[in-house]
Ligand binder design. Structure first.
Ligand code: FEO
Ligand code: CA
Ligand code: CA
Length: 657
């Protein structure tokens, strides 16, 4: 056993051998109307808009998330920050950034508020009531429920993965069930109560009746077509209806009825088998041996030789009601089983709910779910069942700029028993195979998806990178994934037909190719004006309609010569169609930036700093934890810690203005 923790070990390795249609090398024929216009000289931004769209329209039904008053004048008003290799969070002049709710800080559960011990000696029980490791997706919920309070609320956030080398005083020495349980307790979700005090500083409220940790041991209810399916049954759960826990919680979603969606991404990394993985297991990247988490050594539900159906119970979107700390989270199987990055919710004009989702691995797909039933603004209990029933679709991006959402419905076309889809439950457990079968477009690692709150049906998705694109035996370039050896990724945009999120056709183009200006090498030349960036991952609109992009350039890429001089991971802002990118934040050494959320008044921005101190091997060095980063505690601290950062403007104004 060793301490190497290779985060996202499977994301860069394809498990998709399906023979979907591959378009010829069309990069030169279509980099999208948008990017061709951008490289021209005389055409302004407005000319690049898809037909029928106008700038700054405010008629969006997605306005449930937007505030028309602050969205009317989108513009960027801050002075950009330069690239940085400083071990700090740097924001523009006139802004203040403060770290709070760091890994190991008390959640605020009454009577159980242990202090963080800098040497890693907190107990397994302590970790169950402390912030988990590796903060990721996050959302702010006003208190009380239904208000737009921007001074008091809840933060729900994901703790994506664990680094066993940092979690303990002595790493994985004397590995046993108690250590495994501490490792498990460091993953999952936190709900904390926060309040802005009279000095405009945000504090965690401790104790709080809302404070909660959700871990790989929290019981969850199963909803949808795979509930009770034979493939979901185990010895411990013979009915296939109750699952213990959620894990590898990556990005997130926020519903207009005030619930939090947490998304299970790299769950396959946890499972191990002594035998040869089946084709089904391989399609989800379930390998033969886990040398990173080591849970299966004594928690046998992660040994698929013993519990072959347990992996079927992960890879779902989980809905959590943060306002009710006693509520049981729900795994919604209708939204499909993939390596879920996030789940971005919007409401169509007929009040059906639409959820956009990326499957984050090279050559995987983009999905959307349309609910059967309708959102009722005044019926929260009914709304909490909307994700239980509906239709899942997968995207095909055609070479001519059109696109189609293909339904994944058992019995239609080739989605029949003879092809391994005996019923809708089985199809959803095998969502990837169903998407292979209908010829979806293999994308360059779909990560976050953002819906423009001021333009109906206008949607963006980050495609973070894919160095295998165009390699021998792998899918070649296509119009939607136009770069071979795609080191820095791109952002794709689509406009749903009739500006309707429930439409099954769309038009698409590429918002931006990430990369740098000072190269002629098309593999890493960016086409943005302003701030260069690589590997867009986090992506979210604020309430003003500004689009915020967080980067996750891997530590190995950070060390490649193509990246030299671009510094640490960062966040940039843009107004869609302006092609102007402005750098707002740079992160500490070895970190990625993720998990963005805003208060309703857009005056406070919360952002997560994940894995400060990560080295090229994928983890901090247990023998010398602060070798790369001492953030956020500095030299007095014992080890780097992921943390939430709260950012306000010193004059009390709107973030980004
Ligand atoms: Fe968890 Fe795809 O990042
Ligand atoms: Ca991510
Ligand atoms: Ca990522």
């Amino acid at each position: 056993m060793n301490n190497k923790l290779l985060k996202h070990v499977n994301e860069d390795v394809s498990s998709n051998d399906s023979a979907n249609p591959i378009f010829s090398d069309v990069m030169q024929t279509r980099l999208s109307r948008r990017s061709l216009l951008q490289s021209g000289t005389a055409l302004g931004a407005a000319a690049a808009l898809p037909v029928g769209m106008s700038l700054f329209s405010t008629d969006a039904k997605a306005g449930v998330f937007a505030d028309d008053n602050i969205g009317k004048a989108r513009q960027l008003g801050f002075s950009p920050v330069p690239f940085s290799s400083e071990d700090a969070v740097i924001v523009p002049k006139g802004y203040t950034a403060q770290a709070f709710y760091k890994w190991g800080d008390a959640v605020g559960i009454d009577g159980r508020m242990p202090e963080f011990k800098q040497d890693g000696s907190n107990t397994t029980q302590d970790q169950a009531v402390q912030a988990g490791m590796h903060h990721d997706g996050m959302a702010f919920f006003s208190l009380p429920l239904g208000s737009k309070n921007s001074k008091h609320g809840l933060l729900a956030m994901n703790h994506e993965y664990v680094d066993n080398g940092m979690l303990f005083k002595d790493g994985i020495a004397d590995w046993d069930a108690n250590k495994i349980r501490k490792s498990q307790n460091a993953m999952g979700v936190s709900v904390i109560e926060i309040r802005q005090d009279n000095n405009q500083e945000w504090q965690v409220v401790r104790p709080s009746a809302y404070a909660r940790r959700i871990t790989p041991h929290t019981p969850m209810r199963v909803s949808g077509p795979a509930r009770g399916h034979d493939l979901m049954k185990t010895k411990a759960d013979p009915r296939g209806e109750v699952i213990l826990g959620t894990m590898q919680n990556c990005a997130n979603g926020l519903t207009p009825w005030g619930t939090y969606l947490t998304c299970e991404e790299n769950w396959a990394d946890i499972f191990t088998t002594q035998g040869v993985p089946t084709a089904e297991e391989k399609r989800y990247g379930i390998g033969s041996k886990d040398e990173v988490y080591l849970w299966s050594e004594q928690d046998f539900r992660f040994d698929i030789g013993l519990t072959p159906n347990e992996p079927n119970r992960f890879g779902w979107v989980v809905e959590i009601d943060p306002y009710d700390p006693k509520s049981t989270p729900i795994k919604h199987t209708a939204l499909g089983r993939i390596k879920h990055e996030g789940a971005t919710v919007t409401i169509a004009s007929d009040n059906r709910v639409v959820v956009y989702m990326g499957d984050d691995q090279v050559f995987e797909y983009i999905y959307k779910f349309i609910s059967k039933n309708h959102y009722q603004p005044n019926n929260r209990e009914a709304n909490k069942r909307l994700l239980e029933e509906g239709t899942l679709y997968v995207a095909r991006f055609d070479e001519n700029g059109n696109g189609e959402w293909i339904p994944l419905i058992q019995g239609q076309g080739k989605l029949i028993a003879a092809n391994g889809f005996a019923d809708q439950g089985e199809l959803l457990v095998k969502t990837r195979q169903a998407a292979d079968t209908v010829g979806a477009t293999k994308m360059d690692r779909p990560e976050w998806i953002a819906v423009d709150p001021y333009k109906n049906g206008s949607v963006y998705c980050t495609l973070t990178n894919n160095k295998d694109r165009g390699k021998d035996g792998k899918a070649g370039t296509d119009a939607a994934n136009p770069r071979a050896d795609n080191l820095f990724g791109h952002i794709i945009h689509w406009q749903e037909a009739d500006r309707n999120p429930t439409a099954l056709q769309f038009k698409w183009d590429i918002l931006v190719l990430a990369g740098r200006h000072d190269t002629d090498d098309t593999r890493f030349k960016g086409n943005m004006a302003g701030a260069e960036f690589g590997s867009p991952d986090g992506l979210s609109f604020d309430h003003r309609g500004v689009l915020w992009i967080q980067t996750d350039v891997s530590t190995s890429t950070l060390n490649e010569k193509e990246y030299a001089g671009m510094g640490n991971n960062q966040m940039v802002a843009t107004i869609p169609d302006s092609n102007e990118y402005r750098r707002f934040l740079t992160g500490p050494n070895g970190s990625e930036i993720t998990g963005i959320t805003f208060t309703p008044d857009n005056k406070t921005l919360f952002i997560n700093i994940q894995h400060p101190g990560e080295s090229r091997s994928g983890t901090a060095d247990p023998a010398n934890p602060k070798a790369i980063s001492a953030w956020p505690d500095g030299e007095s601290g014992g080890r780097p810690r992921s943390a939430t950062v709260v950012i306000t403007k010193d004059d009390g104004g709107l973030i980004g203005s």
